[in-house]
Ligand binder design. Sequence first.
Ligand SMILES: [Zn+2]
Length: 460
Amino acid sequence: MLADKEILLPLIEEAAAKAVEIRRDLHMHPELSGQEVRTSGVIAAALKELGIETREGLGKPVLPDPEYIKAVLTSAIAKDMLKDMGMGEEVLGTIDLSGLDIESMDPAAIAAMASMIMPPGHGVLGTIYGDDPTRAIAIRADIDALPVTEETDTPFKSQNPGIMHACGHDMHTAALLGTAMVLKKYADRGGRLPRSVKFIFQPNEEGTGGAAPMIAEGVMQDPAVESIFAFHVDPSREYGKIRFFPGVMNASCTDFKITVHGKASHGAHPNLGIDPIPCACDIVLALQTIITRKLDPASGAVLTVGAIRGGSTTNQVPDHCEMVGTIRTLDNESLEIIEDEMRRLVSSVAEGYGCTAETVIGELYPVLFNDPEVSEVIRTVAEDLAGPENIVNDNAPSFSSDDFAYFTSAVKGCYFHLGSTRPGSEEIHDIHSNLFDPDERLIKLAITMEVFSCLRLMGA
Ligand SMILES: [Zn+2]
C-alpha cells in the first residue's frame, strides 16, 4: 500500500494546484530547444524557494562527431543546423560561412570553433538529501517547446509567436516541480527518505539533446543515481490511463545525410555532365530494400528520406544532390546492419551512375529500454493508484524517440505514458499538433505517480 498516505495526499493536493498555475505560466511563455532561458529561471526560482539545493546552466549541447560538423558546415543547410543546435538569430546573423575554407581545417579545430559559438545549457538539477546522501533516485522532466503556432482557444495560449508547448513538456516540468514541493515538505515534516532524490529538468529534448550532456556534466553522480524514471503525456489515451511495459519502449533515432556528386552541364546537354538527380532518386528507392531485404522481418525498423536538395533551375544539370533522413530501430544490431548496408549501397549505386557519393551518419538517441525491475515497482504503484483496469501494457514500442533513452542506458529506468485526452473528446489532437490541449487533471495524477514511485523505489 501507499506509504504515509495521510500526510502525502494533502501535500499533493496543495502542490497540484500550484503546479497547474506554473504549467499555465510556462504554456504562455514557451521557449525553443536550447533557448529555455526564462523556463530555466522559473524552475530554479521555484526549487530555491523550497530550499532545495539547485544547480543551473546544465546540458550545454554536446557537439556531434567532427566529421559530421564538417559535412554540415560545408552544406547549404549549415545555418539551419546551427539554429537547431540552439543558436539564436542575433549570433547567427553575424556568421558568414561563405568564406570558410572548411576543407583545410582539421576536425578538432572545427569542433573547437563550433564549441565556442555554442550557447550554454539551460538544464536545472535539484537535489534533496535523504538518509543516504550517497545514493539517489532521479526523476526527469524535459522543458523545451516546439516551433508550432498555437491554434487552441485556451485562455493561457502561447504569447510567443510561432512557439508552443505542443508536446506537453510544460506539464512534465510543472508536475516535477509539484513533486519536488511534496517531497521537500514531507522531509521537512519528518517524513523518511531512505535515499536522496534528484529532480532533473532537461533542456533541448526536441533539439540536439540535453540528456547526454547532463550525464557528461555529472548529474548522475554524487549522490549516485540508482534508478530513474520519467513520464510523457499521451493523447492517444484518455486521462486516467497509464501505459508502459518492460523492455524496449521507444526506438533508437539516427539521422543521416547523403551527398551525390556529379558534374554540372546545360540541361539541354546532359550527356556533357553527370546528372546526380536520377542517381539520388535510385538511392532513395534502393534504401528501402535494406529494411525489406536485409533485416530480420521481425526486428522492425524505419528508414525515411525526409528531404532532397539538388539543383536550382530548369535548364541545368546540377553538380550535386543531397538527401537527409532518419533511421529508427528497436535494437542496436539492426542499426549496425542498416548503417553498413547504407554506406555500401549508396556508393555502389553512385558508381553505377558514374557519380561519387558520401554518407554521413550522425549519432542521436539510443533505444529506450524499460528495466523490468523498476517497471515492476512502478506498475505496483500505478495499480494502487489507478486500478489494474487503467494500466495499459500493449507491448507495442513507439518509433518516435526520446533522449531519456540516454538516462536508461546509464542506469535502470522506466518511462511511462499518462493519457492526456479528455474522456469523451470527439477528436484527438496528437502531440506536436497546433491544437494539442491536454487534460490538466493529469498534473495531479503525475505528481502522485512520481511521489509514490520515488518513495517505493527507495524502499520507503
Ligand atoms: Zn515530448
